[in-house]
Design a protein around this ligand. Sequence first.
Ligand code: HEC
Ligand code: HEC
Length: 348
Amino acid sequence: MRLVPLLTITLLGLASLGAGPGGGVDAPPPLLSGTGLYADPAKLAIDPANRPYAPQYPLWSDGAAKTRWVHLPAGTRIDATSLDAWKFPPGTKLWKEFAFAGRKVETRLMWRSGSGWKYATYLWNPAQTEAALASADGVKNHLELESGKAHSIPSVKDCRTCHENGGSEVLGFNALQLSPDRDPLAPHAEPLQPGMMTLATLVQEGLLTGAPADLAQRPPRIPAATPRERAVLGYLAANCGTCHPGESSVLSRLGLDLRVPSGARDAAALPWRNGALDVPGKTSIADAPEGQSRRIKPGAPDLSLIPYRMASRRPARQMPPLGSVLPDTVALELVRAWIAEDLAPAKR
Ligand code: HEC
Ligand code: HEC
């Protein structure tokens, strides 16, 4: 029933996503080829004005291979005055393509229109030649990954649940994620390819305003007691710190802060120590003795809620609560080893 007005708006917006200088288009075009991603849609040749990049700490999405591009309108710059909440000019577009087993499944798009950030995702056809706009309600169980587990296409409401929790709506294109001082232990990180945008290229090309003068010389690097701790904190910041703390009343009441500020230089001053280290859970671990569950219990991963909730894929318990149906076993092993060994009381 909602289809008719939606379609009308879509057709009005069709001509020019990003063509106008203000990028003031609110409705997504019906086809991915209409979003400006390709210079030659018939060959799926990416427009060179859209630059590839790879965040050093990617989001776990059931093992999907991801490719990302960013488009800044010519002559515009990113306001980096607040290092952890960059402000992007109207007309900015970011795409993220998801592939499973070598086949493209969906390509997500965020763009900044005159009235704020908009979200859409496009589903690839079986011939892999074009992708069509998905329903704003998402698609449950779109692609079976293994028996009984399927990848779902998120609704626009789901996009906002992860992308709009305070701070910047853009989650993976920021100072820490683009730092050329990359973490060699980051789980699932895609290697940098020639031509990818980093903090260094952004500074060189003069695409940032308001950033500290020494940003390129001293790029962000998570301060940590061990190399493994650095990778764990980066993983948690990217996969969890987008909601924890969060602005909703449920999230802010938890007081669990897993972010890592880009400018942080002191490992002892990071927020996880107050919000998680030896802090009793508001919820508890099913098999733990009463009152023993801690968010992170040094030396005891089995009494620690963070790996417990990461390992679960029961709807009421899993973390993150949406976006994946399989636990991230690689990251889980890293987090458990960090708690068991690096945080063991004798070592601290
Ligand atoms: C489970 C939380 C979650 C959901 C749901 C989600 N995203 Fe994201 N998204 C992220 C995170 C975290 C990143 C950055 C890390 C990365 O790219 O791997 C990201 C990155 C992106 C990017 C690249 C730009 C950026 O912000 O870094 C686009 C585009 C994007 N998402 C679009 C969407 C759209 C459209 C939807 C809904 C159809 C959606 N996302 C749903 C968490 C989510
Ligand atoms: C999309 C938002 C979102 C993301 C992303 C997210 N969480 Fe949560 N988390 C919540 C909400 C909402 C709650 C409160 C309800 C509940 O306990 O399930 C919560 C609760 C928790 C709790 C319980 C705290 C306590 O004291 O009992 C833990 C632990 C937790 N999350 C860990 C994580 C970890 C680890 C990640 C990343 C791997 C993560 N979360 C990612 C929304 C999120």
